[in-house]
Design a protein around this ligand. Structure first.
Ligand SMILES: [Ca+2]
Ligand SMILES: [Ca+2]
Ligand SMILES: [Ca+2]
Ligand SMILES: [Ca+2]
Ligand SMILES: [Zn+2]
Length: 668
């Protein structure tokens, strides 16, 4: 895959002359859906209807004329299925709108589909901002940590610079775009790293997005004295092949370096990987692991400190690197060859491993290795490493926020890479099960691992969307995402639905889900399943994608890669049905609610919805009589647009709190 980062300013809205509003027509489109602000968030086009060079006109039509707003082409790449993906962002008076993107997908010169989430830019045009320093203090005060990264070593971890951005409306409490300072606050005691968005006008905290996803605090037993990072000045002269007795994966070849002290150390320059010893501190005392003959044996490293864990990390990071490079031509987590740094023996008896945003930290765990002793042995198995680097891949691609359904998708994508890399690295290792995560490190009594993708319910996670074990994830049911209180609204549990979907697509299976729907899925193998997921993660999913979006994108990717008459396409659809997100054939049972009035029927350009008081927010779906969803969104100002529909019979479904309304209607 070729990726060009252009950051090229393409379009100045205020000087646009040749702009015509005629692409989202009934003639050209197959399906349109809208976000909660009434802005088109996904459209699929008929073949050959709209030329690829109309992508900016399309975006203009979607947002309408917005003075002082400009589109920026962030990237454009053509994948190996010959589909070109253009990704656009926006600015307003030169200030970037954070997170929001719009992705336009084209083949053979024509747009196939486009998706993205754009807010309405109803901003104060003459704002007064608090100072960046004031915003920084607010972010620090809200974190309330004992020690921050820039206090340990400001050269390695410079004090963050607040960046002025616009926060998308969906992430602000008032559901309105906000000017915000975006600040990367990295605390080391207790550990946390978040993007914190401070309202640039009022100084209030608007939104927090965790960069370190699993920051379990285990700093109470901290014994090391706090000091500066030790600087590393080893010069390596040559790359060498060695081998090591890993803790979990037997003897494996290792690529290392030879230092000027004639000792080998764990730096693989081919893949740009470096594994270091954090000496049971939080990066205050960092040294090299070294060996004199490059045969890193059990006798030397399988010791009371669990030093052999470092060998698993070098090998596991290498396998993760090789997987993404061999299979997807992806050069490191960012596809730009960035170094993979792993710090082993991080903190004291630390039961966690994490991706920090740019390095990996690995705890030794609280177990001495025996089943039933402590919680975890050293957290360095290859599935854990691939899971954490998977968070790095997501950060650089879909960039799903880490809460609610987007966070659950983020977690599941990491589990998927954990499974795919483990299978790639050691398909026949009897001590591994790629459908379990963490089975090699878990020492808790009768615990098979952290999560099961094959049987999510074994670990208290759902296998059906909103079925048994589903955790509250909506803004209504889970108002404040929090790691300790609610797992950021269920991210490590609701991931079970996509995990099980991936398992079924790979291996197949049959059964009855929590909706009492019987399913039977023919497996297509983990490699094909992974190709579909990688397509969706890198080219379609966005910061605010939910399960319904994931379903659309995975299905579109299956069609892109294998064609929409293929078994692979059918398998993907069947697996979505199995996890409770399918579109079946409709038997229309009209259910009319007394609390709303829907008129006229037949309709022309709009359906009007009149409601009794206090009925709250309503969502709608329009389906054809085959049960195919043509449009969905929120009911805005009591109107649903039907202008684009071809004359005929349709089904309208309206849902709200305690309200379900289904009726047929006729478009004239
Ligand atoms: Ca040796
Ligand atoms: Ca590449
Ligand atoms: Ca595993
Ligand atoms: Ca176990
Ligand atoms: Zn994770």
């Amino acid at each position: 895959m070729k990726k060009h980062l252009l950051s090229l300013l393409l379009f100045a809205g205020s000087i646009s002359l040749a702009f015509s509003q005629n692409l989202l027509t009934e003639r050209a489109t197959k399906k349109i859906s809208y976000n909660e602000f009434g802005v088109v968030n996904k459209v699929t086009f008929k073949k050959g209807a709209v030329a690829q060079n109309s992508s900016l006109d399309l975006l203009k039509e979607i947002t309408g004329e917005v003075p002082n707003s400009e589109f920026v082409l962030k990237s454009s790449n053509t994948d190996k299925y010959n589909i070109t993906h253009e990704e656009f962002t926006r600015t307003y008076n030169g200030i970037p709108i954070d997170l929001e993107t719009y992705k336009v997908h084209s083949k053979n010169g024509y747009i196939m589909s486009a998706n993205g989430s754009f807010s309405l830019l109803d901003l104060d045009s003459n704002p007064n901002f608090i100072s960046a320093e004031e915003a920084f203090q607010k972010a620090v005060n809200s974190t309330n940590a004992e020690t921050y990264a820039w206090e340990t070593n400001e050269t390695l971890n410079p004090k963050p610079q607040p960046e002025l951005v616009i926060l998308p409306a969906g992430l602000a409490k008032e559901k309105k775009v906000k000017y915000a300072y975006k600040i990367n606050i990295f605390a080391v005691k207790p550990l946390s790293r978040n993007w914190i968005y401070i309202d640039a006008q009022t100084g209030q905290i608007l939104f927090k997005d965790p960069i370190i996803k699993h920051a379990e605090g285990h700093f109470d037993k901290h014994t090391a004295k706090e000091g500066a990072f030790i600087s590393l000045k080893k010069n390596n002269f040559l790359l060498v092949e060695g081998n090591g007795d890993t803790r979990y994966s037997g003897n494996q070849p290792l690529e290392t370096s030879l230092g000027n002290d004639d000792r080998y150390f764990l730096k693989d320059d081919t893949r740009n990987i470096h594994v270091l010893n954090s000496n049971q501190t939080f990066l205050w005392d960092v040294t090299e692991f070294t060996d004199d003959d490059n045969v890193w044996s059990d006798a030397e490293f399988n010791n009371e400190f669990k030093d052999n864990a470092a060998l698993d990390v070098l090998w596991g990071m290498g396998k993760t690197y090789d997987y993404f490079m061999d299979v997807f031509d992806r050069d490191s987590y960012d596809d730009n060859g960035s170094p993979l740094m792993g710090y082993v023996h991080l903190d004291f008896e630390y039961d966690n491993a994490f991706w920090s945003g740019d390095f990996m930290g690995y705890g030794d765990g609280t177990s001495n290795g025996e089943e039933g002793n402590g919680r975890f042995d050293a957290l360095v198995s290859v599935d854990v490493t691939a899971h954490e680097i998977g968070h790095g891949v997501c950060q650089e691609t879909a960039n799903l926020i880490y809460e609610r359904e987007p966070g659950a998708l983020n977690e599941s994508l990491s589990d998927i890479w954990g499974a795919a890399v483990e299978y790639y690295a050691a398909p026949n290792d009897p001590n591994k099960d790629h459908w379990l995560i963490g089975e090699e490190i878990d020492r808790r009594e009768n615990s098979i691992g952290l999560r099961s993708m094959k049987n999510p319910k074994d670990k208290g996670s759902p296998n059906t969307y909103k079925g048994q074990y589903w955790r509250p994830a909506s803004y209504e049911e889970c108002p404040i995402p929090d790691y300790y209180e609610n797992d950021y609204c269920g991210v490590h549990y609701n991931s079970g639905v996509l995990n099980y979907w991936f398992y079924l697509v790979s291996e197949g299976g049959n059964g009855v889900n929590d909706n009492s729907d019987a399913y039977d899925v023919e497996g297509i193998g983990i490699e094909k399943a992974a190709a579909i997921v990688y397509c969706a993660e890198t080219n379609y999913l966005e910061y605010d994608s939910w399960y319904e979006d994931a379903k659309e994108f995975m299905t579109e990717c299956a069609a892109n890669i294998f064609g929409d008459n293929s078994q692979e396409f059918q398998t993907v659809k069947d697996a979505w049905y199995a996890v409770g997100l399918g579109d079946g054939i409709m038997a229309v049972n009209e259910v009319k609610s007394k609390n709303i009035l829907v008129y006229p029927n037949p309709v022309k350009d709009f359906i009007n919805i009149q409601t009794k008081e206090n009925i709250g927010e309503l969502t709608f779906k329009i389906l054809n009589l085959n049960g195919q969803k043509l449009a969905e969104g929120k009911v805005v100002n009591g109107k649903i647009n039907t202008a684009y529909l071809v004359p005929g019979n349709y089904v309208l479904m309206i849902n709200g709190k305690n309200l379900n309304h289904t009726q047929k209607f006729i478009k004239k």
